[in-house]
Ligand binder design. Structure first.
Ligand SMILES: Nc1ncnc2c1ncn2[C@@H]1O[C@H](COP(=O)(O)OP(=O)(O)OP(=O)(O)O)[C@@H](O)[C@H]1O
Length: 228
């Protein structure tokens, strides 16, 4: 299970602090392997624990028991500051988007590039390409907080992809999108997987469930992750 490449979890339990009994365990003995070059879709009813699992995979929460492995490293056992550094390899689309509303769209996209120490022209090229892929080039200078919900969600996706991260973790990335934009986002994720990224998406969206780009499907129910 300790994959030398990709993301994996073994025996993952999670319960929120203060909710000690097993009845309230959000995740129980979750086992999964998410290999490089694949799109992995996790479905589950509202409240099933999809966002919690994504936060555990991102190292933003610590499991009550079990381990998250990333490229063979037990990242969930690392201290928080090591996990923070590791997370620079991840592009995360949060359900609540977490954009900085007063910064422009382009400035939001600049943020994940800064730690990479790239030359300024390379950063500008990466931002321009991400804006075009998200059909946001006309809005580059607009404050992110002034955009529509669907536009802001596409900024969050562009920000997650702009630095070509090794791991892409996306929570309901198409919730506010029409069919055409949903298809474009599926294609963006597919391109990322084809360059070798590990992609994990949590979603209720039937359009993604039916998408041919999804390689592996999982369903989360009663704390257990299984093939649907
Ligand atoms: N900060 C928190 N403190 C305590 N309990 C929480 C917290 N966040 C979520 N929960 C609980 O954890 C459980 C799983 O929530 P989670 O958000 O992971 O589900 P989800 O499958 O992503 O739901 P949705 O599809 O509605 O986004 C729920 O019972 C929720 O009430």
């Amino acid at each position: 299970m300790e994959l030398s490449a990709g993301l994996a979890c073994r025996g993952l339990d999670f319960r929120w602090p203060g909710k000690a009994d097993t009845q309230t365990a959000v995740l129980q003995s979750v086992q999964a392997i998410f290999a490089p070059g694949t799109i992995n879709l996790i479905t589950g009813e509202t409240g099933a624990g999809k966002s919690t699992l994504l936060h555990l995979l991102a190292g933003l929460l610590s499991p009550t028991a079990g381990t998250v492995w990333a490229d063979g490293q037990p990242v969930s056992h690392w201290p928080a500051h090591h996990r923070d550094r590791w997370r620079q390899k991840a592009g995360i689309v949060f359900q609540h988007l977490a954009l900085i509303p007063d910064l422009s769209v382009a400035e939001n996209l600049l943020l994940p590039l800064v730690p990479r120490n790239l030359a300024w022209p390379r950063m500008q090229t990466a931002i321009q390409q991400a804006l075009e892929a998200a059909q946001l080039a006309d809005l580059a200078d607009a404050p992110a907080g002034t955009l529509s919900g669907g536009q802001r969600q596409r900024v969050a996706i562009a920000r997650a992809l702009v630095a070509a991260p090794r791991f892409i973790l996306a929570d309901e990335p198409t919730a506010f999108q029409d069919d055409r934009q949903t298809h474009r986002i599926a294609m963006q994720l597919d391109r990322a997987a084809r360059r070798g990224a590990v992609v994990v998406v949590c979603s209720h969206d039937p359009r993604l469930r039916q998408s041919a780009v999804v390689g592996h499907r999982f369903h989360l129910a009663a704390g257990k992750l299984a093939a649907p």
